[in-house]
Write a protein that binds this ligand. Structure first.
Ligand code: NAD
Length: 430
């Protein structure tokens, strides 16, 4: 076991052989998946699970045994001295409160993306990470993806020349992909701690759909921007080493899933990235379409540079380069004949005819090794940080630098205006 119980200071030293004892708060789809991956790693053990729906606590005991302590009240988890780290996988409106409370209680934290639901919460989580010295990692697993790491190495070594523009997209076309999640037939005020689900959200009577499809409501989620743009922003910031954009504009609408949700299902954002230490100025577009007409989920980037393009999917990368132009060519058809002839004489003096066959550069591809799982790897690096006390790959500052612009994409969409962001200070400008 890590942490002789209660020794939860920032200077806590963990021997590489120590067991890390964890708890999961929010045992829905992602909490369950995160927990399965965490306990599949050597030396990680599940001690407790917290959820406000009894069915999910029952499911945790089915999967992990009755010895796992289960509770509706996260404070009972944080008060336990035998827990070293917590996974936070609740709806977004609880992330900051739980992350801060957990770090204050001396726990290291793996918090699902988006790190926060508001800009103010972002500053509070960053401050808590600094104040407590706890290990904190956001759960945007693509940051640990071998594909994005390869893209980072290529972009930063100049393989595509100077970066000029980035396109990115996350398209889905299924009901589950559009968050039409199943509602358990036993959901009721008796099986759900409704007030604790609501937390700081506006009070309202029990309504199962708002809990089990919480992403569809601004009170609890962050819409497609917080849910999905965040993955694109995290990937982009890893690849480019960027701190973030300075201008954000988004548009979109509710085009298909008109099921009572108050968030769009189609969204397009444009972002201006200023010159920073690791990259020149560039422009980025992000698109999410939850009724896209494609059979499978498509998630990718096109990094465009002066000398080539890198296209990524979730599990592959393609590097394409155009050979440099030998001559600029000409467009002289509108000139009088004599002027054309004079132009051509001069042109051929400068660019003598070249009989060599046109140059061709074969595209290069990359795929991670078979069995590579970015999500499992993202957990592995978190527990490594817990053991070594070295900053995690996606700490609160990185997490906020992805969440902040995503939240401003929402502000831009709802308020129909351009938003300005200071990527260094992580503050809204004007
Ligand atoms: N990294 C990824 O690729 C990825 C994928 C899916 C979800 N997520 C993130 O994971 C989080 C959870 O999403 P999900 O799809 O698992 O949702 P979910 O609805 O399946 O699970 C959320 C769980 O939290 C519980 N809960 C709500 N309020 C709680 C509280 N105050 N205390 C304890 N439990 C509470 C709910 O009862 C539910 O079981 C979200 O922030 C989401 O953005 C990340």
């Amino acid at each position: 076991m890590l942490a002789a119980a209660g020794l939860a200071g920032a200077d806590q030293n963990v021997s590489p052989n120590d067991r890390i004892r964890i708890a999961t708060i929010g045992f829905g789809g992602m909490g369950m998946g995160d927990t399965t991956l965490a306990v599949s790693l050597p030396g990680v053990e599940l001690v407790a699970v917290c959820d406000i729906y009894d069915g999910r606590l029952a499911r945790a005991r089915e999967l992990h045994g009755d010895r796992v302590f289960t509770t509706r009240d996260y404070r009972e988890v944080l008060a336990r001295k035998d827990i070293d780290a917590v996974i936070i996988a609740t709806p977004d409106h609880w992330h900051a409160t739980l992350s801060i409370a957990a770090m204050e209680a001396g726990k290291d934290v793996y918090c699902e993306k988006p790190m926060v639901q508001s800009i103010a919460d972002g500053h509070a989580v960053v401050a808590a990470q600094e104040r407590t010295g706890r290990m904190f990692q956001v759960g945007s697993q693509y940051v640990t993806s071998a594909v994005y790491q390869k893209a980072r190495d290529l972009v930063q070594s100049g393989a595509i020349g100077r970066l000029t523009m980035v396109d990115s997209w996350l398209d889905r076309n299924t009901a589950q992909g559009a968050w039409q999640y199943s509602i358990p037939p036993d959901a009721s005020p008796a099986t759900v701690d409704w007030d604790r689900f609501l937390g700081k959200a506006p009070k309202r009577p029990f309504e199962a759909i708002r809990l089990f499809r919480w992403r569809n409501y601004q009170d609890y989620g962050t819409g497609v921007a917080g849910d999905l743009f965040v993955h694109l922003l995290s990937g982009l910031h890893l690849v480019t080493g960027s701190k973030g954009p300075e201008r954000i504009m988004a548009t979109g609408g509710l085009r298909y899933w008109d099921d009572g949700r108050d968030v769009p299902d189609v969204m397009l954002a444009m972002l201006d990235y200023p010159k920073q230490a690791s990259h020149p100025e560039f422009t980025m577009s992000m698109r999410v379409n939850l009724k896209s007409g494609v059979p499978d989920e498509r998630f990718g980037f096109r990094f465009m540079g002066t000398d080539g393009v890198i296209t990524t999917s979730m599990s592959s990368l393609l590097l394409e380069k155009a050979p440099p132009e030998r001559e600029p060519g000409y467009s002289i058809g509108t000139f009088p004949k004599a002027v054309q002839e004079e132009f051509l004489r001069e042109y051929r003096r400068k660019y003598p005819p070249d009989a060599r066959p046109a140059a061709k550069i074969e595209p290069e591809t990359f795929a991670p090794p078979k069995g590579y799982d970015a999500h499992r790897e993202h957990h592995r690096v978190f527990y490594e940080a817990v053991r070594t006390r070295k900053k995690s790959v996606e700490d609160a500052v990185f997490g906020f630098r992805a969440a902040g612009p995503a939240l401003l994409a929402n502000a831009s969409y709802y308020e129909k205006r351009m938003c300005r962001w200071d990527p260094d200070a992580m503050t809204v400008r004007g």
